[in-house]
Design a protein around this ligand. Structure first.
Ligand SMILES: [Zn+2]
Length: 110
């Protein structure tokens, strides 16, 4: 079982990840307006628009991660953090230290 100190460390780490992610998403959303103001011919604009859809996909992935981070923080508060959502066994500590918002143990990760 994770002790209070470990839980606090994961909580801090998750909070930092969360604010960094929000910053990244916000800067990308700001960038998305620029392609329509791009000077140049149609080819330049097409390229700019392709870039927008790539970055939108990226943002969608980041929003999923953000959700996972939020759920992990909530699990810490609910004192159920670190348990696999499938088998309820404890998630390996080395896995949590790489992905603190992991919801499943190694056996049940995708
Ligand atoms: Zn499991």
């Amino acid at each position: 079982m994770l002790n209070q100190e470990q839980l606090k460390e994961f909580h801090d780490q998750l909070s930092i990840m969360k604010s960094e992610l929000i910053e990244t998403i916000q800067s990308e959303i700001a960038d998305e307006e620029s392609p329509f103001n791009v000077p140049g011919d149609m080819a330049d604009k097409a390229e700019a628009i392709t870039y927008v859809s790539v970055s939108e996909e990226l943002t969608a992935g980041q929003k999923i991660t953000l959700d996972k981070i939020d759920r992990a923080i909530k699990r810490i508060e609910d004192k159920i953090y670190g348990k696999c959502t499938i088998c309820s066994n404890l998630i390996e500590l080395d896995r949590l230290s790489v992905i603190p918002y992991a919801e499943t143990c190694k056996e049940h990760m995708q």
